[in-house]
Design a protein around this ligand. Sequence first.
Ligand code: COI
Length: 365
Amino acid sequence: MEVQHIQVNHCPVKKDKPNTDQLKFGRVFTDHMFIMDYSEYYGWHDARIVPYQPLTIDPSAMVFHYGQSVFEGMKAYHTADGDAQLFRPEKNMQRFNRSNDRLCIPPIDENFVIDAIKKLVSVDKDWIPEADGTSLYIRPFIISTESYIGVAPSLHYKLIVILSPVGAYYKEGINPVKIVVENEFVRTVKGGTGEAKTGGNYAASLKAQEVADHKGFAQVLWLDGVEKKYIEEVGSMNIFFKINGEVVTPALNGSILEGITRNSVIQLLKHWDIPVAERKISMEELQQAHEDGLLEEAFGAGTAAVISPIGQITWNNNDFLINGEKTGEIAKKLYDTLTGIQYGREQDPFGWVSKVREKVSKIAQ
Ligand code: COI
């Protein structure tokens, strides 16, 4: 892709910022956003940072009809020395392009988009909250914008990045959540779009999530879509169990989202010499482990959810209470270490963090 400059059009009037002690997830957006367009002729072009604003899009734009869209989730963290940093942004961009490929969306230049995100974050740097457990959530997404209602890959797209200061994803904060195993609906199957980060997967999960929510569960635990036997993921995070000293997580099988936090957890566990396995795990095995007193911990991992301990799993009206519904030792150590690295409080032996200002100078003002 031809090197592009990013035009910056600053917002004349800044919005009031929220009280960072009471931040919820995803309700408030910053002063600016990034946009670039795609057409077959120009490729990705016209990269710009503009005041946060509504979009004007034709009602016949293909995204409204056939859902050709992908997104990513990342965070910028405020460090004690006043810097801002991202966590493994190259991993998000690689996954963005894998999702693009699955949805027939043209690939992006990964380094360019990372630079654009850094530029946007530095323009809205004052929005990065400083209170404990808060961060600036970054939502890059692509939508198909061609005006056409035939079913085909669109010839036009917009890539947009918006920013939102956030607190904990779950209302429980970092306390253990209750989840329920979904036996009726399926989220996706192998060969479908499960491993792509596309809105349709989340739309498909809403019905089960609504029922779970009414029954007081934070989330749904999805099983494989064919046999409804093997554990896959929780809608907003990957899942881990500690069974008899070993940490087990479902192996990536084409329908599970390849989480960046998931990958980081596996690397940390290996670094600490804690046994970890990526393999198939059935609900029967989990139930047996629970009955035998060997299900020691369960927790989820995701960008929004960070490390989220799971205190109860309900399956066919049986409640498995885990670790006395308290945060387990491994979940706590993982949370402390990951957030320690992300906020720059701890050494980063893996080279995971990336300073926001490093590359910004290379982008034209
Ligand atoms: C994330 O963890 O960033 C996600 O995209 C999950 C979403 C359901 C909030």
